[in-house]
Design a protein. Sequence first.
Length: 155
Amino acid sequence: MSKTARDIMTRNVIIVDENTAINDLIEIFLEHKISCVPVVNKEKKLVGIVTKTDVLSHLLDIDLDVSLKVHLKDIVESIPEHGDIDISTETDLNAVNIMTPNPITASENTSIESLAKIMIDHNIHRLIIEKDSAIVGIISTLDILYHVAGVNKNG
C-alpha cells in the first residue's frame, strides 16, 4: 500500500494568529528551529503561511536596527549561538501583513507521489496537512526526500 501524508508529516505544528508580531515570529523560528508557521484567524481557520524568507524579505525592506543586522546570519540559519541575541526591530508589521494568503493544503490521506506533484505544480516547499479543516501536520520537500531515500528523519 502506498504511503500517505499521515506517514511522513510533522505533527504538533506551531501555529500563529494573524496578529503575531514579526519579533514574535522570529523568536518562534529560532526557539523551535522551524522555517514556517501556518497563520489562523480568530475562528482558528487557516488563512496563510509565513516563512523565514517572508520575514527576512520584509525586514530587509525596512530600516533594521544594528543588532538585527549583526545577527541576520543566525536568524537565517536558525541556529543562535547565544541565548541573549537581541533580534528586536521597530515595526508594526505582523503575520497578516507578510503571510502568503490561502496556502495550498492536502489531506492526510494524500499519497506521497501526489504531495510531490502538488509541490512541483505550485512551486512550493511546504504543504499544510488538514483533516476536517483542522491543521494536523506539515510536510516539507525535505520530508519527501527523506522518504524517497529511505532515511528516518529523526535519526
